[in-house]
Ligand binder design. Sequence first.
Ligand SMILES: Cc1ncc(COP(=O)(O)O)c(C=O)c1O
Length: 402
Amino acid sequence: MAERPGENTRAVRLPAPDAPVGRPVRPPVHRSTTYAFGTSREYAEVLAGERPGYSYARIDNPTTEAFAHAVAALEGDGLDHDVHGQAFASGMAAISTTLLALTRAGAHVVAAQSIYGTSHALLDGLLRRFGVTTDFVDITDLAAVRAALRPETTLVFTETLSNPTMTVSDLPALAELTRAAGVFLVVDSTFASPAVCRPLEHGADVVLHSATKYLGGHSDATGGVVVARDGVIDAIRSARVDLGPCLAPDEAFLLHRGLETLPLRVARQCATAAEFATAVARHPAVERVDYPGLPDHPGHAPARRLFDAGRFGAVVTVTPRGGRDAGMAFADRLRVASIAASLGGTHTLAGHVGSTTHRQMPDEALRAAGIGPAAVRFSIGVEDPADLIADALGALDGINAP
Ligand SMILES: Cc1ncc(COP(=O)(O)O)c(C=O)c1O
């Protein structure tokens, strides 16, 4: 280099501050996409995984990794073996990468028929084009799950709690089936979060989340995460590196921050949801309320066995009497809850199921899936329960009026 570097060199190589004394309480955001090494050998060894370190952001990033490790700690707390996490740019990135990593052309999947619509579309559309076929079954019917397994089945895919009927998967029973068949049990636990249920404790091989929901918890960051034991997570990581849906460090910071209040938020949201479901179910304009905390819900017994005491999730589906119009009028009259997509945040959100998340399904198909055409799904937030209940009861009074 010349004795005095030129202005552009100096601009790029401005002096950096020394590393601070003391450990930051919050992990910093590492935005650098690349890392400098002292020698070529060091660089090669990090790339080859022969020494710890970071090389390139799509492969690994300290902020993203801190978030994935934290979720693995929450999901794997009660296990007698280590599990590891991988973070993704969205919940669907986590799901698609996991499915690609654990299947191959000619493979077969058994999936719950009530899974999230985009997961259903991925399995039934894109993956089918690549020779992966899926049978969708009633996941609460274990005989049907067993009958659907084939020699070429590589995994069973379900959700801990599924939208919008709040179906509860009997995870230990499913794990017994999948273990005997030598296939993976992959569980989307987005609606539960590790503050309600930890599927790996019940025999699942892989747990994954849309971190956009309860893990982040504030409706301000999009992400996904997968947790599994060594070997399985390595295959998923390798697929992530090849496919490229890495979580951005700024999002990882927000999602990681959300985890600190996860049990506080979720405990409160579950308690409010139980109060809300009980109060709303008594209103004469209500045909049914789907919430596994209610003793007459089909998922109540498995939820009591599998979920942390007193926590049944915080999504409540309320079906007023009448058709689609009654459901939409109910949602439109809400003043505290906002009409919006998504769930798991601090704000209570509501949506008419038949015209939004399940809009492709006609009334008969909705009814066959156990969903009334008037159903409105609530994601209960952290507002005061009395305000949410008064809001819903007032809105129900209104749709009943002539
Ligand atoms: C159960 C479930 N899984 C996965 C997803 C997809 O997550 P994302 O929107 O972060 O890709 C969603 C989104 O609503 C969901 O409800």
